[in-house]
Ligand binder design. Structure first.
Ligand SMILES: Nc1cc(-c2ccc3ccn(Cc4ccc(CN5CCCC5)cc4)c3c2)n[nH]1
Length: 243
């Protein structure tokens, strides 16, 4: 997978060169290119924003600069790419989105700043046959799209073959069975007078599986009842419903 990111703050994407993702790039499991949007300005001030038509707070990012940038970074043509535009007004980005994008050959992320990007940039991309996804990573307002791109690239990249040392981890993600994962423990058996639950130290794998599912159901009911409501009717068996 090749990932391109266009931004006026390229350094914001430096964390993608670190740790697990950095190693995955070094190993050629994915390619990440970050582009400074100001490369496509032609004025001495390298202006990328202007006042909003119709008034309102803040500034809007100019279509000309984004148009030239995306013409170069996201050529319409044989190799389809998906243009992802983070925005507070987007559709929710979820694990389902991450899994779907993990199958793409190319992802191009357009990081807005100010109050966002002139709508015509997205209209023009769609008119050129490019898939454009406007996505939100949560119901809170950031200052720009860069942090949202870090979140989404990490969520997608960890699903790519070979990126995670232990592929079972991605397969057993939270939400993979529709529930939140329960508590985890490691050595020592007792720490500050707090003991690891006995069942986890025994060898009864059926009992351990049952205990873990019970903790996951309890936690999901407590923190995310919406996830329980979204489960298919046959997802919970009698033992589950007794929790
Ligand atoms: N999940 C999530 C994603 C973001 C996000 C993503 C990209 C950008 C680019 C600029 N901003 C700042 C921003 C944008 C829109 C408004 C709302 N204004 C009200 C009137 C016109 C617009 C305020 C502030 C972003 C924010 N935030 N949260």
């Amino acid at each position: 997978m090749r990932i391109d990111v266009v931004t006026i703050f390229p350094a914001y994407l430096d964390p993608l060169r670190e740790a697990l993702l950095g190693r995955a790039v070094e190993r050629g499991l994915l390619e990440i290119a970050v582009h400074d949007l100001r490369r496509w300005t032609h004025d001495v001030h390298q202006a990328v924003d202007d006042a909003p038509y119709g008034g309102g707070p803040g500034m809007v990012m100019r279509p000309q600069v984004w148009g030239e940038a995306l013409d170069e970074v996201l050529p319409a043509g044989p190799q389809p790419a998906r243009l992802v535009v983070p925005t507070p007004a987007g559709r929710p980005f979820t694990q389902t989105t991450a899994r779907a994008w993990a199958d793409e050959q190319r992802l191009v992320f357009a990081c807005g700043r100010y109050e966002g990007i002139d709508e015509r940039v997205l209209l023009d991309a769609r008119a050129r046959g490019i898939e454009v996804d406007e996505v939100s990573i949560g119901d809170y307002v950031l200052v720009g799209g860069e942090v949202a791109v870090l979140v989404m690239v990490e969520a997608v990249a960890r699903l790519l073959p070979g990126v995670l040392g232990n592929p079972r981890s991605a397969a057993e993600d939270s939400f993979s069975d529709g529930l939140l994962e329960g508590p985890s423990y490691t050595r020592p058996e007792t720490w500050r007078e707090l003991a690891v639950p006995d069942v986890l130290r025994g060898g009864n794998h059926a009992a351990i599986a049952r205990w873990r599912r019970d903790r996951a159901l309890e936690r999901t009911r407590d923190r995310r009842p919406d996830l329980l409501d979204a489960l298919p009717p046959d997802a919970l068996d009698a033992a589950d419903r007794a929790v």
